[in-house]
Design a protein around this ligand. Structure first.
Ligand code: 6AU
Length: 263
């Protein structure tokens, strides 16, 4: 007699929750509004680091096109860590082409970004068709997906930092508010709680680098610039003890956030 096979389905409770809601829950539950910008070229190293720092962050941001050891198996491993330690994965792809092209860049090629990235970054430079295309493409995925629109940049002389451009970005966010869950910004763009403002260019000690990056402190980012999420890269990556530094940034960022936003 053949015994029936016991099929245990491990339900991933995350996949049915809209990404915006999941993000907000993570921030509150973990008391973290810190995003680690893991600009490293080895995915193995990112996986190792995220195992150590995952508990301190609400989001991990990567650039998949700088990785020398990318594979779908490894990125699945990183996704598993992100689910276990409860943080989102942001692919900082900065899409910036016509709708048809970005839909292909998002779903196809070596990286198949839509399969694993909870969120992606998008320039609205080509017009709103770029967001429409990504949203449509994301509907083929069995998990909630979203994007952050790049409204303002931290680098010296950025052409994004003019009022008309930023107003266009806000309009686009309002039109596609199911898919657009926030901004990459350097100032508070809207009073609506719906959009998370994510601010890069943050460092406790340095004021910039040699290639145009400009830094403010976590307090300046959250207080002066209205950040909800603080994106920190080399301040943690180049420190002597990455884990301790990440803990310090988590504490500082969340303390200021609680003080100001009274959450
Ligand atoms: O803290 P850093 O300077 O080591 O790294 C900052 C990270 C980098 C940039 O690609 C990214 O943040 N970034 C962005 C993003 C997130 O889109 C926008 C911007 O205006 N400035 C900026 O630095 O991975």
């Amino acid at each position: 007699m053949q015994l029936p096979t016991l099929k245990i389905e491990i339900e991933d409770k995350n996949i049915s929750i809209p990404i915006r809601q999941r993000f907000q829950t993570i921030i509150k539950e973990k008391k973290s509004n810190l995003c680690l910008s893991a600009d490293l070229t080895s995915l193995d190293e990112i996986i190792e680091l995220s195992n150590l720092i995952g508990k301190n962050i609400c989001m991990l941001k990567i650039h998949c096109d700088i990785l020398t050891d990318f594979s779908m198996d490894k990125i699945q491993e990183l996704k598993d860590v992100s689910r276990r330690l409860n943080f989102l994965l942001l692919e900082d792809r900065k899409f910036a082409d016509i709708g048809n092209t970005v839909a292909l860049q998002y779903t196809k090629g070596l990286f198949q970004i839509a399969e694993w990235a909870d969120l992606v970054t998008v320039h609205v430079l080509p017009g709103e068709g770029i967001v429409q295309a990504l949203e449509q493409a994301a509907q083929t995925i069995n998990e909630s997906r979203g994007c952050l629109l790049i409204a303002q940049m931290s680098s010296k002389g950025a052409l994004t930092n003019n009022e008309d451009y930023v107003n266009g970005v806000i309009k686009c966010a309002e039109k596609y508010s199911d898919f657009v869950i926030g901004f990459i910004s350097q100032s508070r763009l809207t009073t609506s709680d719906k959009y998370l403002h994510c601010t890069p260019g943050v460092h406790l000690t340095n004021t910039g680098d040699q290639l145009g990056q400009q830094y403010v402190t976590p307090r300046q980012a959250i207080d002066g610039r209205g950040a909800d999420i603080v994106i920190v890269g080399r301040a943690i990556l180049d420190s002597i003890n990455r884990v301790k530094t990440a803990e310090a940034y988590q504490q500082e960022c969340y303390q200021v956030y609680e003080e100001l936003r009274k959450i």
